[in-house]
Design a protein around this ligand. Structure first.
Ligand code: AMP
Length: 402
């Protein structure tokens, strides 16, 4: 990460007494058919920032997007979140059914210190995702200080996540969630205690290659699992049957192995697999050597010997990064490897290792296997975490540092 987080000013560095904070939060949460919030993790994650500002004696104007509306459809209204946000924060949240315009100006000016106002979905205006400057300027009128706490959208150069910061040259800061996401990646990639182990799994080599390239200098062990492992196995001459493979990435796979060797990174590929005769929960299954999978069969999870080997590596690790499942964990029949891996990470954490779970499906896996509280940190941002691990400077972070 190139961002110098020592320059990071957070809400803890500012006294909000008598100030209105305009906070970009990420309340893009899943809703059921009755518009109840089914996973409120992201709302809870914004709570420390909001409460700090209220406790100082300030007020909060919250702005967020929800889903991908095309035409201000009511199903994407942030009105649906008012009850959950109020319950979680312990304060009755006010709502205004627009995010710019006279109605909002009035609601903001009526807002008293200690109060919270939630604006309507930012993406009801296409100017938001286009990063429109005029739109950002209109939003900027609703606060004295701009706070970005929306890690989930920090990789987007949208009006409310990046462009708006220009209108607060002296009065902008990191929310506590955004700051802690950055600090936790730093713990893995910069200030890490050795040995450092990265587990990279998931479907495809192509979507993880930039991460692997970026972290090779910083790790001691690289565990590769999931569908992407088969491209490596095939490239090494193994027979992988009908397992997932990216034929055109075999050369790249060998280059990664070569590069890892040069950098003294020990790569651990699966040695056995749970193979299935089709991609389904009702498939016939058996255990096979990873290098000798018969035609008509595909590897959908790592096997028992691999679980032991990966477990031994994790038991010795002091810093662990996990991105991507090692099998098709959505189906119970192929979830064992990912579950055991998660449990071994939890065990290592209990014994003093620092563990970060980041990016999409591995986060879903820790929730599924009830390991959320047993690892050191679970990221709230899928794409944003991936880009940070890839070594990219996120526009939302850059805008606050400039
Ligand atoms: P990604 O989004 O790249 O992290 O990939 C996650 C997906 O990879 C999950 O939906 C898994 O079901 C899938 N996956 C993991 N292992 C395998 C495998 N052996 N074969 C096919 N898909 C897999």
């Amino acid at each position: 990460m190139q961002d110098n987080i020592f320059d990071m000013i957070t809400v803890n560095d500012i006294d909000f007494k008598g100030k209105k904070a305009l906070i970009r939060v990420d309340f893009n949460v899943p809703l059921d058919a009755d518009f109840n919030v089914t996973d409120d993790t992201r709302i809870r994650a914004a709570k420390p920032t909001i409460l700090k500002i209220l406790e100082d004696g300030g007020s909060c104007v919250l702005m967020s997007h929800l889903g991908r509306p095309k035409n201000k459809e009511s199903e994407f209204s942030l009105q649906h979140l008012v009850k959950s946000v109020s319950n979680i924060l312990g304060v009755q949240v006010k709502f205004v059914d627009d995010c710019i315009g006279p109605k909002v100006t009035e609601a903001v000016s009526d807002l008293k210190f200690g109060e919270i106002l939630l604006l309507e979905n930012l993406r009801f205006y296409e100017e938001e995702t286009k990063g429109d400057r005029d739109f950002a300027e209109k939003l900027s009128k609703f606060g004295d200080v701009y706070v970005n706490d929306a890690f989930g959208t920090a990789h987007r150069a949208h009006a409310s996540t990046a462009i708006i910061a220009d209108f607060f040259p002296e009065n902008k800061c990191f929310g506590l969630l955004l700051a802690s996401e950055i600090e936790n990646v730093k713990k893995v990639l910069e200030n890490s205690e050795k040995p450092v182990t990265a587990i990279i799994g998931g479907a495809k080599v192509s979507s993880k290659i930039t991460i692997i390239e970026n972290i090779l200098d910083k790790i001691d062990h690289l565990i590769i699992g999931g569908g992407m492992a088969f491209t490596f196995i095939k490239a090494q001459g193994g027979k992988i049957g009908n397992s997932l493979v990216e034929e055109d990435k075999q050369e790249l796979a060998l280059e990664i192995l070569e590069e890892a060797k040069k950098k003294n990174v020990i790569v651990h590929l699966p040695v056995d697999a749970v193979i299935a005769d089709n991609f389904s929960e009702t498939a016939n299954t058996k255990i096979s050597s990873i290098k000798n999978i018969p035609n008509g069969w595909m590897g959908l999870d790592v096997g028992p010997r691999t679980n032991e080997i990966f477990g031994d590596v994790l038991a010795e690790s002091k810093t662990i990064l996990w991105n991507g499942p090692v099998g098709v964990f959505e189906m119970d029949k192929f979830a064992e490897g990912t579950k055991i891996l998660g449990q071994n990470i939890a065990k290592a954490t209990q014994n003093g290792a620092f563990s970060l779970v980041g990016g999409g499906d591995s986060v879903a896996a820790v929730h599924k296997f009830n390991l959320t509280d047993k690892v050191s940190y679970v990221s709230t941002g899928g794409g944003a975490m991936l880009e940070m691990l890839e070594g990219k400077t996120l526009p939302g972070i850059k805008a606050l540092l400039q």
